[in-house]
Design a protein around this ligand. Structure first.
Ligand code: KG4
Ligand code: ZN
Length: 355
């Protein structure tokens, strides 16, 4: 084995996830029980419903993760668990589960920041994937999820300097809200991506909030503009402007989805590439649910190549919430000598870095 085998537990939001990761890189198993179908009916996550589903699924998910890896809990060297940020009730299920496993099996336990997990997903290797060089420092990382959007510089492991963050909505939140506005359902990100890929015309113009030369982001103006543009499109077709039924014709939805996505991608990519160039980054890392977006991946791939800096984007399944990313970050925390006791508690607003 190339390092300790870590059992990692992630329940911060609406995925019950457990993985086994060796040496902070090699995935042995990575089981994710998604609650998307459960929350789709309400158009968003209901915290109590999410916590109850975690309780229901966490034991079967552990059984599957151990079976997939062909090991028992006794073979595990340490246990990592997300302790924030996230929904309090959801976090508590994973934390208490991990604490109990660590106590009963006498294994070290470490708490992991969920955002740090998204970042460390860039280090992961799938079970059969050939060895590949890890991201190099200094690096610039863009983390774009449903709750967070930020750009950080890392000069070494676990060292973060915040370059910029969102002043209002997270990128994923903007996708989800505009998805709803376009009648595309929950979650909006994948739905907007699908709709946008069907667009025949690429004329829709949505604003971009550059915020001068700063590395900060703002998506609330874009959301307001989207509401206005959708309203105007509905009015032009004789549909009630404030409602979402009857829906706009699919061709119209596709073009507006494309225009919105193009705006978000443009701002995210431009600021990331600018930071990487100015700071002399030796790699660029992308993570978080929105990093699953094909248009964002393609744009950053082209821009990073032009800049001559290697880009690491985990495959889409490792960008959205999973346990393996928590295993990768837990490994680093344990290697740095960190260990949590039974007092480890949920920190719903845990920051990655304080500016
Ligand atoms: O990282 P994540 O799974 O959970 C959080 O930590 O928030 O991110 C979920 C977010 C949601 O807002 C979802 O709409 C967005 O990621 N997302 C996407 C795509 N897949 C997921 N956004 C754009 N394009 C996608 N393909
Ligand atoms: Zn996440």
């Amino acid at each position: 084995m190339a390092g300790p085998l870590i059992l990692a537990v992630e329940t911060s939001c609406d995925e019950t996830a457990i993985a086994l990761v060796e040496g902070g890189r090699r995935i042995h198993s990575n089981v994710v029980a998604s609650q998307v179908a459960l929350h789709a009916a309400s158009g968003g996550i209901v915290p109590e419903v999410a916590a109850r589903a975690h309780l229901r699924w966490i034991v079967p998910v552990l059984d599957d993760a151990l079976a997939d890896a062909g090991v028992g809990v006794g073979d595990v060297d340490a246990i990592g668990v997300t302790n924030g940020p996230g929904l309090a009730g959801s976090l508590l299920v994973g934390i208490n589960f991990a604490k109990t496993l660590a106590y009963v099996h006498r294994r070290p336990l470490v708490g992991v920041n969920h955002l740090e997990g998204h970042l460390y997903a860039a280090w992961l290797l799938d079970p059969d994937e050939p060895e590949r060089e890890a991201p190099r420092f200094p690096l610039v990382a863009l983390i774009v999820s449903g709750g967070h959007t930020f750009l950080v510089e890392m000069r070494d492991h676990l060292e973060y300097r915040l370059l910029g963050e969102t002043a209002d909505d997270a990128a994923g939140e903007a996708f989800d809200k505009v998805g709803r506005l376009l009648g595309l359902g929950y979650p909006g990100g994948p739905a907007i991506e699908r709709a946008a890929s069907a667009a025949n015309r690429h004329d829709a113009v949505f604003p971009r909030a550059w915020l001068g030369d700063s590395y900060d982001f703002s998506f609330s103006g874009l959301k307001t503009a989207a509401r206005r543009i959708v309203g105007e499109a509905r009015l032009a077709l004789g549909l009630p402007p404030g409602a979402d039924t009857p829906p706009l014709p699919p061709a119209e939805v596709a073009e507006l989805a494309w225009g919105f996505q193009a705006s978000v991608v443009d701002v995210l990519a431009t600021k990331t590439i600018r930071a990487a160039g100015r700071l002399g980054a030796r790699s660029i890392v992308l993570g978080g649910g929105v990093a699953a977006n094909t248009a964002l991946r393609a744009r950053l791939t082209a821009d990073a190549r032009a800049l001559g800096v290697p880009l690491v984007i985990p495959r889409p399944g490792l960008c959205t919430d999973n346990g393996a990313m928590i295993g990768a970050a837990a490994h680093r925390r344990l290697a740095a000598g960190e260990q949590a006791g039974l007092e480890l508690d949920a920190r719903p607003s845990l920051p990655l870095v304080v500016r």
